[in-house]
Design a binder for this molecule. Structure first.
Ligand SMILES: Cc1ncc(COP(=O)(O)O)c(C=O)c1O
Length: 396
């Protein structure tokens, strides 16, 4: 019996693979410190949990509209106005089981066989795989540490062909931590203005975790807004990864297309989550701000700790909760048993020797780098980096 050819077209997420390997080692009694996963290590804010408890007591236990309850879509509109000064109507909002499903809905709604999707590297693991599932063609545009891991207008212009259907990026970026300024987005918008048939997916899931500036959305440019599919969700900013709530804001035609797709896939996300999400989107942002303050402290500490590690070339992250150093200095080095030839070897070496999990850069389209999360406690961060330093010192 053969499984479908679809399975041959895409890979499973390296982030989840690394987390699984870490768990397996932990099950054997090894004290593994997890710097591989991308989720806040905080509790969901109390007012959001209370709204969920109330939703259960009030019996919100039935199927919901596919796009989500109207009050939730209104809450998303209110949030987009409050935080981003963007005007959307509830019929332009589709809520889902997470930004990941929103991305899948959006890509499947606009990309056809063989159409090109321009993605600046490094990018979040799932982008390229979803494009492959949709039978689109991934066009990677290499950004570099020197350019702050941002695509330039000239690079964008050069990547666009008559087959380009979609541009897909995140700011703040997972894994690099790059944050596009208003001027940088405006310069990209000027390129898109010359190419009116390209959709733009703007993944803004790390919006609140920004260390350098106010968040800027590319949807603020009126000449582009109608072609932008803005993606956001509660996972990162509200420490709600397990609750599964994402949403898109787009034109109504795209929204209806995504609703049709989602209607056959998952129907909608959980009714209780939806009611809790209203409280998150319209409530006090103090808990989210406090989380970002803690990430700011950890970021400062990690940047200090990695100064002691020879050979790391590092971009100081402007947002999200990762560092993404170029570790190619270690390629060709060996501890006498293991030789490091690529970022996967480097990650595996650290897992087996330092018992610290990370994610190889290949997974993000950047094979010289490795991603280390700082969504872990300061004591664990201290311990992990001491172990990493010791393990790397053995490589000659
Ligand atoms: C850039 C980016 N987009 C989307 C997601 C998916 O988030 P969600 O938990 O809402 O599906 C993640 C999660 O790691 C992410 O890093």
């Amino acid at each position: 019996m053969q499984l479908s050819s679809l399975l041959q077209r895409f890979n499973e997420p390296e982030t989840l693979k690394m987390a699984k390997l870490g768990r397996e080692l932990r099950a054997k009694g090894v004290d593994v410190i997890d710097l591989s996963l991308g989720e806040p290590d905080f509790d969901t804010p109390a007012h959001v949990k209370e709204a969920a408890v109330k939703a259960i007591a009030d019996n919100w236990s039935h199927y919901t509209p596919v796009a989500g309850f109207l009050d939730l879509r209104e809450a998303a509109c209110a949030k987009l106005k409050r935080d981003n000064n963007l005007d959307y109507k509830p019929e332009q909002i589709i809520t889902s089981t997470g930004a990941k499903q929103s991305l899948a809905n959006a890509i499947l709604a606009v990309v056809d066989d063989g159409e090109e999707v321009v993605i600046p590297t490094p990018y979040w693991v799932t982008y390229s795989e979803l494009v492959k599932i949709a039978r689109g063609k991934v066009v990677e545009v290499k950004t570099s540490l020197e350019s702050g891991f941002k695509i330039t207008p000239a690079q964008l212009e050069a990547a666009i062909t008559p087959k380009t259907k979609l541009f897909l990026f995140s700011s703040p970026c997972n894994p690099s931590g790059a944050v596009y300024s208003k001027a940088e987005l405006e310069a990209l918008a000027a390129v898109f203005a010359k190419h009116p048939n390209i959709y733009i997916i703007s993944d803004e899931i790390y919006e609140y975790i920004n260390f350098v500036s106010e968040h800027e959305s590319i949807a603020q440019f009126p000449e582009l807004k109608d072609r932008i599919i803005l993606i956001n969700g509660l996972s990162k900013g509200f420490a709600m990864t397990g609750w599964r709530l994402g949403y898109t804001a787009s034109n109504v035609e795209v929204a209806k297309a995504m609703e049709k797709i989602q209607g056959q896939m998952t129907s909608a996300t959980c009714s209780i989550t939806q009611k809790a999400a209203v409280a998150a989107l319209t409530g006090d942002l103090k808990p989210s701000k406090e989380m970002t303050e803690e990430f700011t402290r950890r970021r400062a500490r990690v940047l200090e700790l990695v100064k002691d590690i020879p050979g790391f070339k590092l971009f100081q992250p402007e947002g999200a909760f990762y560092i993404f150093p170029d570790i190619s200095y270690y390629f060709g080095k060996s501890d006498g048993t293991t030789t490091i030839t690529n970022s996967a070897d480097f990650s595996m070496y650290l897992l087996n020797t330092a018992h610290v999990s990370s994610v190889m850069g290949d997974a993000f389209g950047e094979p010289k780098c490795v991603r280390f999360s700082f969504a872990n406690s300061l004591p664990n961060i201290e311990k992990a980096w001491a172990r990493i330093k010791e393990a790397l010192a053995k490589l000659k």
